[in-house]
Design a protein around this ligand. Structure first.
Ligand SMILES: O=C(CO)COP(=O)(O)O
Length: 252
């Protein structure tokens, strides 16, 4: 059975003292379990402190983005080398907010996915459609393209280690969750795409998360679906108590 991965994406929220208090509160409460992995995706500035604070806990720390080059004249950017050096383990790539507001494309996501593996970071690759695309029946083909282009050129072993997050844009921060059936339908399609580009064995291993208005009240139903292996959570991950409830749901 695949483990469940619960990742809290804080986006551009909190100040350092709040970030520190959050991990102080959750550190001892996240179980050491083969069933569930808990990740906090934090702004760059908090990463050194959070990595240090979680060193002996079961909480992992992710960045929300990175550049694909190791170093160079890229003012304002942060490289995979810097993240690895700090002890960060995961990086979110291609979040819809970065695609929409910061010109992220499938091509840059792909370069970043390669860069992540070059530095032993686990990428969480986000895909998902807008409401217009869903209404135009383009969801499956769009998500398929995003997965294929985003993962292009990775080895089968690397694809197996990649976390794919399906986040329908119309369900992000809107309170509108995709029904668990709608979410699962797309996650199943993603697994089939992974099978097509690698093998059935790899497709059975890859972790596929759902994201979009996930909260303690709806996570059980989502995680009960055949192809949903966790959640990428925005709003409901900001409070330690609700984050812990989500992790608890994942550990069942
Ligand atoms: O974008 C998301 C996580 O990356 C989802 O955000 P919400 O859980 O706030 O809808």
């Amino acid at each position: 059975m695949r483990k469940k991965v619960i990742a809290g994406n804080w986006k551009m929220n909190k100040v350092l003292s709040e970030a520190n208090s959050f991990v102080d509160e959750v550190n001892g409460k996240v179980p050491n379990s083969d069933n569930v992995e808990a990740i906090v995706c934090a702004p760059f500035l908090f990463l050194p402190s959070l990595v240090e604070k979680t060193a002996s806990s079961n909480v992992k720390v992710a960045a929300q983005n990175m550049h694909f080059e190791d170093n160079g004249a890229f003012t304002g950017e942060v490289s995979p080398v810097m993240l690895k050096d700090l002890g960060v383990t995961h990086v979110v790539l291609g979040h819809s907010e970065r695609r929409e507001l910061f010109a992220e494309t499938d091509e840059t996501v792909n370069k970043k996915a390669h860069a992540a593996f070059n530095h032993d970071l686990t990428p969480i690759v986000c895909v998902g459609e807008t409401l217009e695309q869903r209404e135009a029946n383009e969801t499956m083909s769009l998500v398929e393209t995003q997965v294929k282009k985003g993962l292009e050129g990775l080895s089968a072993e690397q694809v197996a280690k990649t976390i794919i997050a399906y986040e329908p844009i119309w369900a992000i921060g809107t309170g509108k969750t995709a029904t668990s059936e709608q979410a699962n339908e797309v996650c199943t399609h993603i697994r089939n795409v992974v099978k097509e580009i690698t093998s059935e064995d790899i497709a059975e291993k890859v972790i596929i998360q759902y994201g979009g208005s996930v909260k303690p009240a709806n996570i059980d139903e989502l995680l009960a679906q055949s192809d949903i292996d966790g959640a990428l959570v925005g709003g409901a991950s900001l409070e330690a108590e609700s984050f812990l409830q989500l992790v608890e749901a994942g550990s069942k």
